[in-house]
Design a protein around this ligand. Structure first.
Ligand code: NAG
Ligand code: NAG
Ligand code: NAG
Ligand code: NAG
Ligand code: NAG
Length: 421
């Protein structure tokens, strides 16, 4: 307890930083025409492909679950799930920070809550064929091998950083090694044996690198989305091998215009790498929850928050004109989907995939580092599900060729073209 009281200062500072960073916003209006104008200006080449061409082309994804999974469903409480899959193996690969240690980390199990509530919710998709599968080391390694992925990059804001942390902790300390000088530089070890008994006995080391972008100060000249020498080195040293890159921007935007510029910049950066062999996955911006609970710091964290996630998307509310502009996130996501769909339809390289974590996360008002930060999440918790969804997506992608005809192209939102060798 004493240790936790001492950390209060830094905790408050951290909160203040979060709040200040989120205060940066402007009030540019969102309009369909603007989306369309930008969509066309972004696309350099015009192959004048129509949706029907893609539908019939052999490289379009067929499995409808690729874009349906994780969207329409509910969180169901399941303490067996919490026990078997909801926790991180001790010791954690990447430790929790001081604030988390004093709050969520102070939880003590009891008979009625043997694990923290936020880890006891399992996503059940209403599309019964499109369930989200759970990432385990073994299954993830097999998918990486099938997709021929040799390296993994997480590139984006603090929420992608949290996704990297979750990933490392889900893989667990026995199979995830960190560079002692840099906790964003690690590698996962896939035990030998491999798919189809290939490479028996030989472990595979998959470098995993996390790059957290700095928050753009509001009034600087905008040149913030860039690959620094570390990221360039990461790509250079992987050529010609396939990199799986999970990237995002979104939550810290001043307004729509800056978001567009930076998304444009980010996609150009990736395109200019000329690495069509890579797998690029854009992660949707995740929603914030106004007035998230508990509302006070004088909360008994040993018992833990016992909050039930929202039952349906219609219950998710954010004030129009929200002071951190969380009400713009759906617009950012919508715009991004349009851009990526258009890009893929035109058969431009590289292919961009879209990981849609927005809807499932919109229901998770229960797991924020409340009361002050209602955007980030406690861990283990909802962000682990982003990695489960990522794994499920990759798994489906690797099998997509065998699933011809299963999906209906009418329902397409982002047309991922198949992209594995
Ligand atoms: C998912 O979220 C979008 C907003 O981005 C919303 O329009 C849609 O209705 C949601 N879908 C479901 C099934 O809740
Ligand atoms: C979500 O699933 C429910 C239950 O299957 C269904 O009734 C509803 O129409 C679905 N909603 C959307 C937006 O697909
Ligand atoms: C940016 O903002 C700071 C503090 O608000 C101010 O001192 C500085 O002059 C501004 N710079 C520009 C280029 O507007
Ligand atoms: C990560 O660390 C290894 C040494 O442990 C180093 O060789 C590599 O260049 C580092 N990667 C990045 C991207 O910094
Ligand atoms: C990618 O290709 C373009 C056009 O061929 C070329 O101008 C550019 O320098 C290449 N970029 C890299 C990083 O090799």
């Amino acid at each position: 307890m004493g240790r936790c009281n001492k950390t209060r200062g830094p905790c408050l500072l951290l909160m203040a930083a979060v709040v200040i960073s989120l205060l940066m916003a402007s009030s540019a209006a969102w309009s369909k025409q603007a989306i369309e104008a930008i969509s066309s200006s972004l696309l350099v080449k015009d192959y004048s492909t129509s949706l029907s061409d893609i539908r019939e082309s052999s490289d379009a994804c067929q499995d409808a679950c690729l874009w349906k999974s994780g969207i329409n469903g509910s969180w169901v409480q399941d303490f067996d799930f919490a026990r078997d899959y909801g926790q991180y193996e001790e010791p954690w690969v990447i430790e929790e920070g001081p604030f988390q240690r004093c709050t969520a980390g102070a939880f003590q199990p009891s008979e009625d809550a043997p694990f923290p509530w936020r880890t006891s919710w399992r996503w059940v998709d209403h599309e019964s064929d499109c369930q989200v599968d759970i990432l385990t080391l073994d299954k993830f390694c097999k998918v990486l091998q099938r997709l021929n992925v040799k390296r993994i990059l997480f590139f984006g804001d603090s929420l992608t950083d949290a996704m990297y942390n979750s990933f490392a902790n889900k893989i667990g300390h026995a199979n995830f090694r960190l560079n002692p000088d840099d906790q964003r530089n690690g590698s996962m070890i896939c035990p030998g044996g491999g798919v189809d008994g290939a490479d028996p006995g030989r472990d595979r080391r998959i470098p995993v690198f996390g790059k957290k972008l700095p928050i753009v100060p509001r009034n600087t000249t905008r040149k913030m989305i860039a690959f620094d020498h570390e990221v360039r080195h990461f790509f250079d040293s992987s050529a010609p091998d396939r990199v799986l890159a999970i990237f995002n921007i979104g939550a810290h935007y001043h307004g729509v215009n800056d978001y567009r510029k930076d998304l444009d910049a980010m996609l150009n950066l990736l395109s200019n790498m000329n690495r069509s062999q890579d797998l690029y996955i854009f992660r949707a911006t995740s929603p914030g929850h106004e007035g998230c609970l508990p509302l006070t710091r004088e909360f008994d964290w040993k018992v833990g928050a016992r909050i039930v996630p929202l039952a349906k998307f219609e219950d998710y509310k954010v004030t129009v004109g929200h002071r951190h502009h969380w009400d713009k996130f759906e617009g950012y996501n919508h715009y991004t989907k349009q851009i990526l769909l258009e890009h893929n339809r035109k058969r431009l390289d590289p292919i961009y995939h879209y990981l849609d974590i927005f809807n499932m996360t919109a229901l998770r008002n229960d797991a924020h580092p409340a009361p002050r930060d209602c955007l980030h999440f406690q861990a283990p918790g909802p962000i682990d599900w982003w990695n489960h969804l990522l794994f499920t997506y990759l798994s489906r992608l690797s099998e997509d060729g065998q699933q011809q005809g299963k999906g209906s192209m009418k329902e397409i939102t982002t047309n991922c073209r198949r992209s594995y060798f």
